[in-house]
Design a protein around this ligand. Structure first.
Ligand SMILES: Cc1cc2nc3c(=O)[nH]c(=O)nc-3n(C[C@H](O)[C@H](O)[C@H](O)COP(=O)(O)OP(=O)(O)OC[C@H]3O[C@@H](n4cnc5c(N)ncnc54)[C@H](O)[C@@H]3O)c2cc1C
Ligand SMILES: NC(=O)c1ccc[n+]([C@@H]2O[C@H](COP(=O)([O-])OP(=O)(O)OC[C@H]3O[C@@H](n4cnc5c(N)ncnc54)[C@H](O)[C@@H]3O)[C@@H](O)[C@H]2O)c1
Length: 452
């Protein structure tokens, strides 16, 4: 039997890998984590955490605006440099805390870029390191359009570190990143233009709610352009000029590329070991194994149809830990995956969409619950708040979309109802807090839900 340096090698230290690294170390495996940047990956250092912290201030303004003339008077404003200082204080120490935790657990950490040498060996930081099993969790990076002036564009990482707010900002692409950031900086006083290639924004989310959020953005003064192909970004004295194929020209101060993310595969030398991948990521089977035995992939770097999110990366990491610890041999089985766009208000989605349900009217019932008007006393004056629910033939909840400030919390609760196949009788066994939006929504969905 060959002797390897480690039992399991993890390439990348984000959510795709660290949960499994901790679990397998605890199970007695010799584990190494190779990371070329800050420990803990995108979500911790350059993504979700920083985004939601900055969003917090905009959310307070958004909710306060709903009470103007209803008990709140006077304007609040965002002090961007204070907010950024708070972000640095809160986010900057996280990677050090996690690194300390990983080392204390007995995980070896190597600071370097991993590249395969053979099917059990990589090179990183000038060392040759081998392992019985290797998990690739190298994530994604922003895709930048290959157009003249691309070097003048910024990505999400630059944006989340922006020391001062420009007077005008342009987002290319109307996806999740652009819409979330656009509403955040608009709340802080920046003028915003969004230019999108497709006909509309946020593919995959409930169309009605997408239209509502776009209208909300227009009402706030955000300029939206669809069916426009950006062709160039030019420097014009101290400002920038964004031009599209149709002749649209936008003068701006800062351009953000929000045109999608691409998998980090190039540096890994995958061709050398024959691991197959395409432009959406590394190809894996239903055990997250690549076409090469003992090499697995986890998280955003996988070519997959389910959303590339932190909770899906964590789910895969937990699955691989169980697989490599010998606790399961079953294929991975994804439950319904909840996702949220943190606009103001939020849009959340889980399970079967109303569009999918409408295509099979015999199989599903679609129910719209305008909880914002019905439960006005507990929704902080949010009349537009609404949920669209999908029930199957047996009256189990199988899908939900929510438009509202508390959509992230509500979708989590609805995800539990879906994944545990909860009936009204089972829900009745719990005593929930009141008043709360959860209990309000529950009382509204109850007549449609399977009773016993
Ligand atoms: C702005 C932004 C906001 C987001 N907001 C949300 C949100 O609200 N909710 C949500 O669920 N998801 C959100 N996401 C997505 C989330 O961040 C990712 O799904 C998650 O980080 C994926 O984890 P991962 O471990 O697969 O990849 P990553 O966290 O990207 O980790 C991969 C790691 O691998 C390292 N690496 C790459 N190549 C090598 C190499 N050759 N050698 C060594 N190390 C390497 C990288 O440096 C990186 O640290 C957001 C993403 C962005 C960019
Ligand atoms: N709340 C969250 O969960 C969250 C937040 C931020 C980021 N993320 C992660 O990041 C990813 C989203 O990144 P994103 O917003 O950059 O991508 P996206 O795929 O959501 O949106 C990209 C948009 O750019 C458009 N586009 C593509 N080429 C274009 C062109 N040439 N000109 C104009 N528009 C163009 C696309 O049509 C699309 O609307 C998610 O898939 C997720 O992995 C998640």
């Amino acid at each position: 039997m060959t002797n390897y340096d480690y039992d399991v090698m993890f390439i990348g230290s984000g959510h795709a890998n660290w949960h499994a690294a901790l679990a397998l170390r605890k199970a007695g495996k010799k584990v190494v984590l190779i990371e070329k940047d800050l420990i803990a990956g995108t979500c911790t250092n350059y993504g979700c955490n920083a985004k939601i912290l900055l969003d917090g201030a905009a959310d307070v303004l958004h909710q306060a605006a709903a009470y103007q003339g209803k008990g709140i008077a006077g304007d609040l404003k965002i002090d961007w440099s204070d907010l950024m200082k708070y972000k640095h204080q809160t986010i900057n120490p996280l990677h050090l805390l996690l690194e300390k935790q990983f080392k204390a657990a007995g995980i070896e950490i190597i600071d370097g870029t991993a590249a395969f040498v053979d099917q059990h060996t990589v090179e990183a930081a000038g060392k040759t390191i081998s392992a019985q099993d290797i998990i690739i969790g190298t994530g994604q990076r922003p895709s930048i359009l290959p157009i003249p002036g691309k070097e003048l564009m910024h990505d999400s990482r630059d944006f989340l570190d922006l020391p001062e707010l420009p007077a005008h900002m342009t987002f290319i692409g109307a996806g999740i990143i652009s819409l979330e950031f656009a509403m955040l900086v608009q709340a802080a006083g920046t003028q915003v233009t969004i230019i999108e290639f497709a006909e509309t924004a946020l593919r995959g989310f409930e169309k009605k709610y997408v239209e509502q959020i776009l209208q909300q953005m227009r009402d706030l003064g955000i300029e939206l352009h669809f069916k426009e192909a950006v062709q160039s970004v030019e420097q014009q004295d101290s400002r920038l000029l964004v031009k599209t194929a149709s002749g649209l020209a936008v003068t701006t101060d800062y351009v953000v590329a929000g045109t999608g993310r691409i998998p980090n595969v190039e540096e890994l030398n995958l061709d050398k070991v024959g691991v197959k991948f395409d432009k959406t990521g590394i190809l894996v089977d239903d055990h997250l194994q690549t076409n090469v035995e003992h090499i697995y992939a986890s998280g955003d770097v996988i070519a997959k149809r389910i959303p590339k999110l932190t909770p899906t990366a964590t789910f895969e990491s937990n699955y691989l830990a169980a697989l490599l610890a010998g606790q399961t041999t079953a294929p991975i089985k994804y439950p319904a995956v909840a996702s949220v766009v943190f606009t103001l208000p939020r849009i959340a989605q889980v399970g079967v969409t109303s569009e999918q349900a409408a295509a099979h009217p015999d199989d599903y019932q679609i129910v719209t619950l305008p909880y914002g008007t019905v439960l006005r006393f507990q929704t902080k004056n949010e009349p537009a708040a609404e949920a669209t629910l999908v029930f199957d033939q047996d009256h189990y909840l199988v899908g939900a979309s929510v438009y509202g400030d508390e959509a992230p919390e509500l979708i989590n609760f609805l995800t539990m109802v879906i994944s545990q196949k909860l009936t009204q009788a089972k829900l009745n066994q719990a005593v929930f807090a009141f008043p709360s939006q959860t209990i309000g929504l529950l009382s509204m969905l109850s007549p449609y839900l399977k009773q016993f």
